[in-house]
Design a protein around this ligand. Structure first.
Ligand code: ADP
Length: 922
């Protein structure tokens, strides 16, 4: 900088023309010429000779001017004065302005006179005279301009201030031909400078822009003097040099108390040359005339903004300043404050006691004493007080009052502000209450909040909520220094360490593990933790929550175990268990079912049960399922299936419907048992019983067939006799042959029926009219019964009716009953020969039932035996005669047909009643 400084020259005002050595040779030095400055001219006005002094004043050498016209030494404005030839100028006062080499003008006054053959032009230097006049004029101009500028800046409206200032700079520039001019003001921060306004002529490059930062170069300059800047020849640019475009410049300070408040900058300007008449004082005055009012207006504006901002702030915050007036016991209040304290608008000043009276009695004493301490000792004051209010129901208003002492000039002032902090105070109260509630909640909940401090990859507990001890029995001290890991269940160690790693890696973790309580019991904890990081992303601590989920976990475990047990039960059950939809599509089936269907349990879902049924069976099955209701969701049936690789399978099948809220059947759960073997043995039993019946009936049947044979033999014998006699009566023979034919048909019918009866029953049940069975029975028995003297009375066939079952089996039941009746009657007849054995056989339809009764007059059954006669192998007949199976098999057959076989004693005999459900299409 000292280098920089050396290039700055203090502005010294007018420069002196340096004295020059008289130049030689003087062409003519006439004698007896009184003046220092003269010229000898020939008649045409060409220079013949010139005085050495004049030559040196003009800075010329003699040979450049000799024989030239006088005009070339003069400024153009002198051309008129020397028009024509010297002879014309005689007797005139000639005011001539000579052009000097150093750029200055030499003002001279002279006259011509004859001299030898030519003319002598003698001159007197009147420059001083001329320049003084011009300087006075310039100074006056300067004053006027300064006055105008100050007036315009002071007088304009604030919005126009920037443009008015720019106009003044332009005026200044035009007046003194300044190419670039700018006004620099301090930055708002007080450090450095900034271009506030600028003007540059059209012809000049724009050196500065409004708002441009200028750094703090000016601070090194003397703020009381003008500075001329010359940088000629220095290529290394200093900041100031580049600021001025490496060209000559001029800097004017406006200072107060020796400190620069503004700088006026001139670019491409050399004041000494361009405004030689202006001295440093004039320049500094001009600068102050411009900058002074600008600074004044700006600070005025700044202050107004400040006051406005303060007012808004006070209004918004419900705050305001107060001041304890020095020398009095009164408090001055900001208008906003007076308003918010609900004082009347005009009250801005009140006695200290009245001010204190506004405060709640509980806080008044403290405020009063703090205020006196502040006033007397200067102790700063800060406290929160409540406002006193008449109405106790009103919400409390809290004020924060702050005050401090301030030395202002000679006096001490006591100032402060009051701020309405009710919001914050009330929030604080609420937050404290909420905090207390939360603390309570956490302490009494089965949750523990914890913080783990991060230390080089290790997490160390640093905080537990109060609920830790009630929940687990431990204290914080018992969990630090790695002790916590020791409480983790040995089987959960892996989970615990993985939890730590994941927390550090991903910032969040949720795990479930067992932790031992102090009493030795393990608790299932649900641990959810989050890692908190600092601004640099480094882990700081982990915050987490332990939730005791022991009960839930154990309950879930129990459910799982019981599910597992049930699953095993279902899987291992010998019974078939399955679930299927109302459309008979399986959704689950256990292994036994899969085994029957010859597939894997996994293949069962999707299979349709109906595929294994005959059409009739399927219809019956679907019908039965459709009858399930939420009130009666159960149904049991024996179903017949056509299984792969087997003839027929009989399953005892129990269904239970599952219904949705609207009562719609959504699923059926079923348990089945294979009943095929039972069924088969029953059928075998039936068959053998049937065979036994047949065997028993053999005598009867022989009689049954013998009878037609006898009739036929008689007919044949009679016909032969006739033929022997030669008595061939065609009608007679035809009659006998017809009789034979009808007997053959009758025998054939009996044999036919026996064949049918002897056959095994059909696998599936059929629909038939029970009266057909009744007739079949009579066809086989009636003749033999008649032969034994038993009268049979059979009811008429009624309206057609159908039952489901096997006709041959019902026939077998009827045969059993009739044979038993016959036996009972015949054995009774042995004791009572007068007895007329009679069986009445009847069939009636009552509502949806068909009732078949078989009534005899064999004396009935001992009432003590009524219970027992249906038991298998119960017989009262001698060994080898009775089997004791007839009634038990009959009972089974009727039950199979969903009917009932019962017995009672009536009309001197036993009455057996068969009740069968009528098939009505369902
Ligand atoms: P069985 O005829 O081979 O003895 P059942 O089961 O047919 O076997 O009959 C069982 C018993 O019931 C008979 O031994 C008989 O004592 C009694 N019983 C059956 N029907 C009658 C009847 N109509 N009157 C009296 N007793 C009867």
């Amino acid at each position: 900088m000292s280098h920089e400084k050396s290039r700055l020259s203090r502005w010294l005002g007018r420069s002196e023309v340096p004295a020059r050595e008289p130049s030689t040779p003087l062409v003519v030095e006439p004698d007896a010429i009184g003046a220092d400055l003269y010229l000898l001219l020939n008649n045409e006005g060409q220079i013949h000779s010139i005085s050495a002094h004049l030559l040196s004043r003009l800075g010329l050498s003699a040979h450049t001017v000799l024989n030239q016209r006088l005009m070339i030494l003069l400024l153009p404005n002198s051309a008129l004065v020397v028009e024509g030839v010297p002879g014309d100028w005689v007797g005139h006062m000639l005011d001539l302005d000579f052009r000097s080499n150093d750029g200055h003008t030499l003002h001279a006054r002279g006259w011509v006179q004859h001299h030898g053959k030519g003319w002598l032009l003698q001159l007197t230097d009147i420059s001083d005279l001329m320049e003084e006049a011009s300087a006075a004029r310039t100074r006056q101009q300067c004053l006027r301009l300064a006055g105008q500028m100050a007036e315009k800046i002071r007088g304009c409206i604030v919005e126009r201030l920037p443009s008015v200032i720019a106009e003044q700079l332009e005026e200044l520039a035009q007046m003194w031909r300044i190419p670039c001019v700018a006004l620099a003001l301090p930055e708002a921060s007080g450090i450095g400078w900034r271009v506030y306004s600028q003007y540059s002529a059209h012809t000049a490059p724009e050196l500065w822009q409004v708002g441009q930062r200028l750094g703090n170069e000016f601070d090194l300059l003397d703020a009381n003097i003008a500075h001329e800047l010359h940088f000629g020849g220095h290529t290394e640019l200093s900041p100031l040099q580049s600021m001025f475009g490496n060209a000559d410049g001029f800097l004017l300070p406006h200072s107060r108390d020796g400190v620069a408040k503004a700088w006026l900058m001139f670019g491409f300007y050399e004041p000494r040359r361009q405004a030689p008449d202006l001295g440093e004082r004039e320049w500094l005055n001009l600068c102050s005339a411009l900058a002074g009012p600008v600074l004044f207006r700006l600070s005025e504006q700044h202050n107004r903004h400040h006051v406005e901002r303060l007012a808004v702030l006070q209004d918004l915050l419900g705050t305001g300043w107060w001041e304890l007036l020095p020398g009095s016991d009164e408090i001055l209040l900001a208008p906003q404050l007076a308003r918010s304290l609900r004082l009347s608008d005009r009250v801005e000043r009140l006695a200290r006691q009245d001010w204190l009276a506004l405060i709640h009695p509980a806080d008044r004493q403290e405020l009063s004493s703090r205020l006196l301490q502040l006033r007397d000792k200067g102790t700063p004051m800060l406290l929160c007080v409540r406002l006193a209010h008449a109405d106790p129901g009103q919400e409390t208003v809290w004020l924060r009052i702050q005050g401090q002492a301030l030395i202002s000039g000679q006096v001490q002032r006591v100032l402060g502000f009051m701020l309405d902090v009710s919001d914050i105070k009330n929030q604080e109260t609420e937050a404290a209450a909420a905090h207390a509630r939360l603390d309570n909640l956490i302490a009494s909940s089965p949750a523990v909040i914890y913080v783990q401090r991060y230390d080089q990859g290790n997490l160390e507990p640093s905080f537990f909520s109060d609920s830790l001890t009630p929940l687990l029995g431990w204290t914080l001290a018992e969990c630090v220094n790695g002790q916590l890991a020791g409480y983790i269940h040995p089987e959960d160690h892996d989970i615990w360490f993985e939890r730590n790693r994941q927390l550090l890696r991903e910032g969040f973790v949720s795990r479930r593990y067992r932790l031992r309580g102090k009493n030795g019991d393990y608790h299932w904890l649900l641990d959810e933790a989050r890692l908190l990081r600092d601004d640099l992303g480094m882990p700081v601590e982990a915050v987490g929550l332990w939730l005791d989920v022991t009960e839930a976990t154990l309950a879930a475990e129990r459910v799982r175990e019981s599910e597992e047990r049930y699953r095993i039960l279902v899987e291992d059950s010998p019974a078939m268990i399955c679930r299927y939809s109302p459309q008979l599509v399986l959704s689950f089936g256990n292994r036994p079912l899969a085994t029957y269907l010859e597939c894997d349990p996994a293949e069962l879902p999707g299979i349709n049960l109906g595929d294994w049924f005959s059409e009739d069976q399927r219809e019956a099955f679907v019908r039965r399922i459709a009858l399930l209701t939420p009130e009666a969701p159960m149904s049991t049936a024996e179903i017949c299936l056509e299984l792969p690789g087997r003839e027929h399978a009989w399953w005892v099948w129990a269904d239970r419907g599952v219904f949705d809220e609207s009562g719609t059947l959504v699923e059926i759960q079923a348990v089945g048992r294979d009943n095929t073997d039972v069924r088969r043995s029953r059928m075998q039993l039936n068959q053998s019983a049937k065979m036994a019946t047949l065997g028993e009936m053999a005598t009867g049947l022989a009689h049954e067939i013998n009878q037609p044979l006898n009739v036929m033999r008689m007919a044949v014998v009679n016909v032969l006799k006739r033929l022997e006699r030669g008595n061939v009566d065609v009608d007679y023979i035809t009659d006998k042959l017809n009789r034979i034919d009808s007997q053959v048909q009758r025998a054939a019918r009996v044999v036919d029926h026996m064949r049918v009866f002897g056959r095994r029953s059909e696998v599936e049940e059929q629909l038939f009219d029970p009266y057909d069975a009744l007739e079949g029975t009579l066809a086989m028995l009636s003749e033999s019964m008649k032969g034994k003297g038993v009268h049979i009375e059979a009811g008429e066939r009624g309206a057609p009716v159908q039952v489901r079952g096997h006709a041959d089996q019902l026939e077998q039941v009827l045969i059993n009953l009739m044979v038993n009746a016959r036996d009972a009657m015949l054995s009774r007849k042995e004791q009572n020969p007068d007895l007329q054995p009679a069986i009445s056989l009847d069939m009636q339809q009552v509502d949806d039932k068909v009732i078949v009764t078989v009534q005899d007059n064999g004396g009935g059954i001992d009432p003590r035996l009524l219970e027992k006669i249906f038991e298998p192998f119960f017989t009262t007949k001698p060994v080898g005669v009775g089997t004791g199976l007839g009634l038990s098999v009959s009972y089974g057959i009727i039950e199979q047909m969903k009917g009932r076989l019962s017995v009672s004693n009536a009309n001197d005999g036993a009455r057996f009643k068969i009740t069968l459900p009528v098939f009505n299409g369902d």
